[in-house]
Ligand binder design. Structure first.
Ligand code: ASP
Length: 361
């Protein structure tokens, strides 16, 4: 364990004898429904991890060396901020030589934002970082928590030619393994909470787990992790809709300190061509604001220039996000604005994948 993480509670739940140990996995418990319980008023509040282990005795039968590190105050993921991303990233970074893989227990609401942020922060990790959670608390009779957790642990410990089979940041949920920066939450009241439209599933779990190896990032023995943990919060998402008001757009784009905007456009990246709208965008770009064009559609692909209504955007310097998700886009913009010194480098890096979050068209 890293020495500078004293505030985290660490529990060793390893019950396997050394010779039977298949792999050693660090479980990081951040909070979320998986570990919640109803309080006296009926609201869901987070439990500590000891309670979770009590309810999942099967964990010690997996043949894995399991260590759990718990955030001191487990949180509902609607409260996640850059600070929790930095803490989580540091825990993984400081421990990446000591474990074969990582399983992160996280609330579903912002899981795809955090998984995207981790994919950029931990670029080149070359080990599995599998996010999972649950739609029902582990204490509920019909909970999905144990199947999700157990399969996530199996995936995190899976080997291919003696190397990690899935050496990247992923979300495992309801029998599907997805690239973390390609997935998004799509349902709040069904077990199949996540979708991934613009990239194939990395694995499907049934009686056995079938891996789609050609879609998974290859293990690279020479890779050195490029850990960076700065994010810039001076960003907004501007979602357009018919009859959007000029005064509102103007006001938003002139916010002091604003550095980046996700422009959520229609279809394949189209937006109004009214002169006031284009002028507002042009002026913002002139003032050094980076604007990233991302489709409002869950399976959208931005092709600037396909229609007249997107040709202008290309012309004024708006960067196309191609098939990136909103979650991967906003975290990428925050990451690049936080880590790059030069705005032109931010623009260039937005166009290309950092770690599989978009397809080059
Ligand atoms: N509000 C919860 C969270 O995101 C929902 C969940 O875990 O599913 O933490």
């Amino acid at each position: 364990m890293g020495d500078n993480l004293p505030k985290y509670r660490i529990v060793d739940i390893n019950k396997t004898s050394k010779k039977n140990t298949k792999a050693s996995i660090l479980i990081i418990y951040t909070g979320g429904t998986i570990g919640m319980e109803h309080d006296d008023s009926g609201a869901l509040i987070a439990l500590n991890f000891n309670e979770i282990v009590k309810r999942a005795p099967s964990l010690s039968a997996l043949g894995l060396k399991l260590t759990v590190i718990s955030f001191p105050n487990p949180f509902d993921s609607s409260n996640v901020t850059i600070s929790e991303w930095q803490d989580l990233g540091s825990i993984i970074y400081e421990n990446h030589h000591h474990y074969d893989g990582f399983v992160v227990l996280h609330g579903t609401d912002t899981m795809s934002f955090t998984a995207s942020a981790m994919s950029y922060m931990l670029k080149g990790i070359n080990k599995p970082v599998i996010f999972t959670g649950a739609q029902l608390p582990i204490s509920a009779i019909r909970s999905d928590a144990i199947p999700n957790l157990v399969t996530a642990l199996e995936i995190a410990s899976e080997k291919k030619d003696e190397n990690p089979a899935v050496p990247e940041v992923c979300i495992y949920f309801d029998y599907q393994l997805m690239r973390g920066n390609r997935a998004y939450k799509k349902r709040s009241s069904q077990f199949a909470a996540f979708g991934c439209e613009n990239y194939p599933l990395l694995a499907k779990a049934g009686i056995s787990i079938n891996y789609n190896h050609s879609a998974i990032i290859n293990f690279n023995p020479d890779e050195v992790m490029d850990f960076k943990n700065k994010f810039c919060p001076d960003v907004i998402i501007l979602k357009i809709f018919p009859s959007i008001k000029e005064s509102y757009v103007r006001h938003l784009l002139s916010i002091k300190d604003l550095k980046g905007v996700i422009l959520e456009t229609y279809g394949s990246g189209n937006a109004p061509t009214q002169p006031w709208f284009l002028n507002c965008l042009k002026e913002a770009i002139k003032n050094g604001i980076v604007i990233y064009n991302v489709s409002q559609l869950i399976a959208g692909i931005v092709i600037q220039g396909r229609y007249e209504t997107s040709k202008y955007l290309e012309g004024i310097g708006i960067v196309s996000g191609n098939d990136i998700t909103r979650e991967a886009a906003i975290t990428k913009l925050m990451f690049l604005l936080g880590t790059e010194v030069n705005i032109d480098d931010v623009r260039q890096k937005l166009k290309a994948p950092l770690c599989g979050e978009l397809t080059v068209l």
